[in-house]
Design a protein around this ligand. Structure first.
Ligand SMILES: O=P(O)(O)O[C@@H]1[C@@H](OP(=O)(O)O)[C@H](OP(=O)(O)O)[C@H](O)[C@H](OP(=O)(O)O)[C@H]1OP(=O)(O)O
Ligand SMILES: Nc1ncnc2c1ncn2[C@@H]1O[C@H](COP(=O)(O)OP(=O)(O)OP(=O)(O)O)[C@@H](O)[C@H]1O
Length: 491
């Protein structure tokens, strides 16, 4: 990055989450990721630099180890001219969704992260001029807690995502309950995965975005966003999946295109394309807990039809979903079992505040930090060391529960040799693809009390409100049972 020559006109608003804002370069395949803060909570430049450097180090020393190096792009911290950042901030302000404007872009430090633009990622010998389609999925937590510390019975039956949906709709964050259940996506069972992806396409919330040539073409900003338009989406996707046409437009075409997309994404998600270092994942956490969530319309539909819960097909070990799930399962104790251990660390720090550095609460996230994460014992010997290990594992697990997966698809010719790049076929075309993971910022130690409170709120709301009205909810969801049955056809 030639920092002296930075021109804000070469950059455009790309997207943002709760904690960072991303701008993309118009020509080059790079993005800048800036931190955001509430207006009254400014940090010093040194603190911001350290925070960003910690993100890079955590990616390099921990997440690359767990997920594999091909999937993780750590980027680097860059220092930018303050005038450039100021002008850029003014330029993009009008494009920011209102719901995200409670936080301001950091324009004072001049630091940002420079990363490859994963929506335009050209791996191996992808031709520059080829169109590129990119699907971003934020899958969330893919397992039901198996910890014996869980006190709410409901948490052993219904996954957090499905329970949280009800609170989110009640508080106006989203308009309607999604039929997506992370356990379906993580099941490894193709039918369940198709159902999960179709549900994400129906109600994207902040769990699904689609980009064409780096531009967002499908996604949802907030509860006021217009209802998803599948025919418009199909119009964008048709040239990718039916390049030689032969398919009239209309509902039949829309369904065919969406089906192709869902099938291709499922295949990519099940592929183990990571050719990174061997033995990256040393966790080896076996499948634990229930394999279905009782609130998932898919499993409800099966039960309605008198069928058993589907077999656990299991995810192939090389695939990113499998690896992500393993990292999520570092949350061995659930927040209910973790919170007393957090309190133990807190008490220790109150007595010995100078120990915070030695305990690596705020980094450095180095090899030593990574090594300690590999201790999966759950035998509490009453020490601060045990409590700290569980706290750090929990933070890493929470990070994996909130990351996103980016799948880039670039059409390749039928007769092109695939050389090194992985290729996924669809009915009428083939795609070279890459899979990456983003938003791997380690969750802060300070967020644990919030997690604890939120967990209680989610479960209590679900138990009191939803279970009481269970029959009503069942009937609303089963207005759509025809749709559920459809996906159960052999594929
Ligand atoms: O708690 P959750 O599950 O609601 O997750 C939060 C996300 O909400 P979601 O449910 O995905 O809409 C939330 O996403 P949104 O702001 O809702 O798009 C953030 O990702 C938040 O992380 P952080 O505080 O910015 O580090 C996430 O908080 P963490 O729990 O990961 O700390
Ligand atoms: N390297 C990248 N290439 C392309 N797009 C990116 C990249 N990094 C982030 N984005 C886009 O910017 C959006 C916001 O980034 P990110 O998820 O990192 O923000 P965040 O504030 O950390 O998220 P959260 O709300 O989960 O805390 C992403 O959803 C994605 O669409």
């Amino acid at each position: 990055m030639e920092e002296g020559k930075m021109d804000e006109n070469e950059w455009g608003y790309h997207g943002e989450g709760n904690k960072s804002l991303v701008v993309a370069h118009a020509q080059r395949c790079v993005v800048l990721r800036f931190l955001k803060f509430p207006p009254n909570r400014k940090k010093t430049s040194e603190e911001i630099f350290q925070h960003l450097q910690n993100i890079v180090d955590f990616g390099k020393n921990v997440m690359k180890e767990f997920l594999g190096e091909n999937y993780v792009h750590c980027g680097e911290v860059v220092q930018l001219p303050l005038e450039f950042v100021k002008q850029l901030c003014l330029k993009i302000q009008s494009e920011r969704p209102e719901s995200r404007c409670d936080k301001d872009l950091d324009t004072l430090s001049g630091y940002a992260m420079c990363l490859p633009n994963l929506t335009r990622l050209q791996t191996y010998r992808f031709a520059e001029h080829r169109p590129i389609l990119c699907v971003e999925i934020k899958p969330k937590c893919g397992f039901i807690p198996f910890s014996s510390d869980v006190t709410h019975e409901m948490k052993h039956k219904v996954c957090r995502y499905c329970m949280h949906q009800h609170l989110k709709v009640a508080t106006g964050k989203w308009r309607q309950i999604s039929r997506y259940c992370p356990l379906d996506l993580y099941s490894g069972n193709k039918q369940r995965m198709h159902f999960a992806l179709k549900s994400l396409l129906q109600e994207a919330q902040n769990n699904l975005k689609i980009f064409k040539n780096g531009e967002l073409i499908y996604g949802c900003k907030d509860a006021r966003s217009p209802v998803a338009d599948w025919s418009e989406l199909a119009h964008h996707l048709k040239p990718f999946f039916f390049p030689s046409n032969g398919l009239a437009s209309g509902p039949h075409c829309t369904r065919a295109v969406i089906r192709e997309l869902v099938h291709v994404i499922t295949r990519v998600l099940l592929s183990g394309s990571d050719k990174g270092r061997a033995g990256t994942l040393r966790l080896g956490l076996g499948p634990q807990g229930p394999r279905v969530c009782e609130a998932s319309p898919f499993s409800r539909s099966l039960r309605c039809q008198g069928k058993n819960t589907p077999e656990r097909s299991g995810l192939p070990k090389g695939c990113l979903l499998y690896k992500t799930l393993q990292v999520q399962m570092l949350d061995l104790l659930d927040i209910e079992g973790l919170y007393p251990l957090y309190s133990r660390v807190e008490r220790y720090l109150e007595e010995f505040p100078e120990e915070r550095k030695t305990l690596q609460i705020d980094g450095p996230y180095d090899e030593a930090f990574y090594q300690k994460l590999l201790d999966l014992s759950t035998e509490d010997d009453g020490t601060v060391a045990f409590a700290l290990t569980k706290v750090q594992q929990y933070r890493v697990a929470m990070t994996a529960k909130d990351c996103s997966i980016m799948i880039a698809l670039s059409p390749c010719l039928q007769d092109a040799s695939s050389d090194q790049r992985p290729v996924v076929p669809s009915s009428r075309s083939r795609f070279a693809f890459s899979v990456s993971v983003l938003d791997l910022d380690l969750k802060p130690y300070e967020s644990i009390p919030h997690q604890y409170k939120l967990d209680g709120k989610i479960v209590n709301y679900y138990s009191k409100t939803v279970c009481a009205k269970d029959n009503a909810v069942m009937s609303t969801r089963f207005k759509e049972s025809e749709d559920c049955t459809l996906v159960l056809h052999k594929v």
